[in-house]
Design a protein around this ligand. Structure first.
Ligand code: BMP
Length: 412
């Protein structure tokens, strides 16, 4: 850091009063309320793990960062899918969702990628980010798309989704019943196949095998119907395939005429759990510019980083700040938020000033102390440091405490 910018000595509560973007103002207030400047990078591989992790670690964080495209089983349903469930958890625990999509393309393409397609990122992610190698117009294109989206949602369907994580024995019972049924069917098939083979027939193609399969199917019909009823209670589809039970969801919707200036709420009781002490996040969407990266040999030059700063100043109502390795606030009225990945703590009890190992694939790490205290970032982004720990919620708390302490020390 060359000069010490005023924002480095201001509290997040103070910065909340002057930040240009409504979501940044909200985020600073949330940070102050939760005493947290921690973002969890939820780089797990299934939707079930993602939702369970968000629910458990939610109390310690102010931002949950996703890479939706590395999640298997992502449910794209805009009302009841994974994005909607994450949004409900974000309301309940008080955090913002940041999809680390790193958009980079011509303006028209990024508009479509951001607002449409399978993932409809804009619907569930408060924040996303962009690499502006393609030029600054891309930022304008995304800002315009976000403004149109906001206009539209004021008059669209209001959907409320509640999420509850099922107790573990619900999984066990369902799994056991499923396994038992599968085993019975396999035994039956093996038996039938064995008989057919014993008679010198090709089990799958002969007509008598077909007939006996038909008889078996007829015999199974009543059992299938009973099973279907049971399965629908257990959340399985009509073919008996069981999806992963990630949560129990209740959805209510209210429709309002498109020309109505008002949007009524029909939340069911307990349906709209909002983190106490602060209102729901504003409906605005925000962008972070990927100005610097944590990886070894990163090709982003100082000129590129400076272009990011200029683009941010030109689009203050959409750009919240940066993903960077240091504070980039330089002009007197800059008050951008900075989020920094490549953050790790040594195991408890080990020297925090020692050299931190990278991941062997180019990732480089620094401690919260260095990133917040010395480099001037606001929020540290931690992935494997928390996810790979034996107890992620308590490790997240350890990171939260360290990063917050570094912020308080920076103010002094
Ligand atoms: P981890 O803490 O496990 O190294 O994860 C870091 C996360 O931050 C990853 O999701 C990665 O994609 C992201 N990231 C990064 O590591 N460095 C950057 O410069 C920008 C990133 O988005």
């Amino acid at each position: 850091m060359a000069d010490r910018h005023a924002t480095l000595s201001q509290t997040f509560a103070e910065r909340a009063k002057t930040a240009a973007h409504p979501l940044t103002r909200y985020l600073f207030r949330l940070m102050d309320l939760k005493a947290s400047n921690l973002c969890l990078s939820a780089d797990v591989t299934t939707a079930r793990e993602l939702l369970a992790l968000a629910d458990k670690v939610g109390p310690s964080i102010v931002v949950l960062k996703t890479h939706y495209d590395l999640i298997s089983g992502w449910d794209y349903n805009p009302q009841t899918g994974t994005g909607a469930k994450l949004a409900a958890l974000a309301r309940k625990h008080g955090f913002l969702i940041f999809e680390d999509r790193k958009f980079v393309d011509i303006g028209k393409t990024v508009q479509m990628q951001y607002t449409a397609g399978t993932a409809r990122i804009i619907d569930w992610a408060h924040i996303t980010n962009a690499n502006i190698d393609a030029g600054k117009d891309m930022v304008r294109a995304m800002a315009e798309a976000a403004a149109k989206w906001k206009e539209r949602i004021n008059y669209e369907v209001k959907t409320c989704v509640t999420v509850g994580t099922p107790v573990s024995d619900q999984f066990d019972e369902a799994d056991e019943a499923d396994e038992q049924q599968q085993q019975e069917e396999e035994e039956e098939q093996a038996h039938a196949g064995g008989q057919a083979q014993g008679q010198g027939q090709a089990p799958a193609s002969s007509s008598s095998a077909h007939a006996s399969a038909q008889q078996r199917d007829d015999k199974r019909e009543p059992r299938r119907l009973a099973a279907q009823e049971q399965q629908s209670k257990e959340g399985k589809d009509v073919d008996g395939r069981k999806g992963s039970i990630v949560s129990i969801t209740t959805v209510t919707q209210s429709f309002e005429p498109a020309d109505s200036p008002r949007l009524s709420k029909t939340h069911e009781q307990g349906d709209d759990a909002v983190f106490p002490g602060i209102e729901e996040a504003p409906a605005d969407r925000g962008l972070l510019l990927l100005a610097q990266m944590s990886s070894k040999g990163c090709l982003m030059t100082p000129a590129y980083t400076q272009a990011c700063v200029e683009a941010a100043r030109e689009h203050k109502s959409f750009v919240m700040g940066f993903v960077a390795q240091q504070s980039l606030n330089a002009a007197p009225d800059d008050n951008f938020v900075h989020m920094t990945p490549g953050c790790k703590l040594p195991p408890p009890g080990e020297d925090e000033n020692g050299q931190l190992e990278g991941d062997g694939l180019g990732q480089q790490y620094n401690t919260p102390d260095k990133l917040v205290g010395v480099c001037g970032t606001d929020i540290v982004i931690v992935g494997r440091g928390i996810i790979s720990a034996a107890d992620p919620p308590s490790e997240a708390e350890r990171y939260r405490r360290k990063a917050w302490k570094a912020y308080l020390a920076r103010l002094a």
